[in-house]
Design a protein around this ligand. Structure first.
Ligand code: APR
Length: 270
């Protein structure tokens, strides 16, 4: 850990009037949700061209229904079982000391479950179903609802039940619309970001004094431009990641670094 970076981050957070925490899959890794691009990442097992667009999914479900069921199971089950970790909880403690806006690329709802009050989900939420034609929320799931859907998918992928039975069972758990308008409220490749959320995220980045970038590869735009925007505005960007990063990089896992950073900043006075 670079001590100069650590001191710069602590001093900047102590003076800050508003902090943005920009998070990616890495902050949820310690809650059991796989990241996308690490060696054991999600896209290594499920190629994005087949699974990360609605067209790809609709094509694959016709040709390889079992693999789509396995993909969906691998997406929802870890989220259904996940609980916030010490990284999520440290951000909630920081919110009690300085105005904090969380901008997350994650769809797992763990920042809200931890107690963060302002969370901007720029890639949507797996815990919501929206009507894509009416542009309105149709259903909000709890984690136990996702677990029931995962159980149905387990029965099918383990070949204990037919596809017909799976559809009948899923109709009990999910607000199906046979026109395909009711979809999980998540942003796939090629989709636009939710405009109002994106506008708020850009505004928060403009106004913040420090931006903590936690657990993101910065591979996907436009979300990945937010730290760049902060840097261009002269804001200190502190990157927390076990992999080397340029600038003010604090090496380590979010669940270890964030609690210590918040402790050294707000809970000990020199
Ligand atoms: N703590 C902090 N960072 C971690 C941890 C951890 N415990 N474990 C892994 N990381 C880091 C990795 O080193 C990597 O930099 O988290 C990052 C994860 O990068 P990605 O897997 O690319 O995830 P993310 O940046 O969130 O992806 C952005 O891509 O596929 C799309 O829509 C998807 O929102 C996602 C977007």
């Amino acid at each position: 850990m670079d001590i100069d970076n650590w001191i710069a981050a602590v001093l900047a957070l102590r003076k800050a009037k508003r902090v943005v925490v920009f998070t990616g899959a890495g902050i949820s890794a310690e809650s059991g949700i796989p990241t996308f691009r690490d060696a054991d990442g999600f896209w290594q097992r499920f190629p994005p061209e087949l699974y990360a667009t609605w067209n790809g999914l609709l094509t694959t479900v016709v040709t390889q229904p079992l693999s789509v069921a396995e993909f969906v199971l691998n997406v929802i089950e870890p989220v259904a079982k996940a609980e916030p970790n010490s990284g999520h909880q440290a951000i909630v403690r920081m919110e009690q000391r300085v105005k904090t806006t969380v901008i997350t690329q994650n769809i797992d709802g763990l920042h809200q479950s931890a107690g963060s009050s302002e969370v901007l989900e720029v890639h949507g939420s797996l815990l919501e179903v929206s009507d894509t034609s009416a542009g309105k929320l149709v259903r909000r799931f709890e984690r136990k609802d996702l677990m029931r859907i995962a159980d149905c998918l387990h029965q099918y992928t383990s070949k204990k039940q037919s596809a017909e039975t799976l559809i009948l069972e899923l109709q009990q758990q999910y607000p199906f619309d046979w026109m395909g308008r009711h979809r999980p409220n998540v942003v796939l490749f090629g989709d636009g970001l939710p405009e109002a959320v994106w506008a708020k995220a850009c505004e928060a980045v403009e106004e913040c004094d420090v931006l903590l970038s936690v657990g993101t590869s910065g591979a996907v735009y436009p979300a990945a431009m937010l730290p760049d925007n902060a840097k261009a505005a002269g804001t200190l960007v502190v990157t927390i990641d076990p992999q080397p990063r340029s600038g003010c990089w604090l090496e380590g896992d979010a669940g270890t670094v964030l609690p210590k950073l918040i402790h050294d900043t707000f809970e000990i006075q020199n």
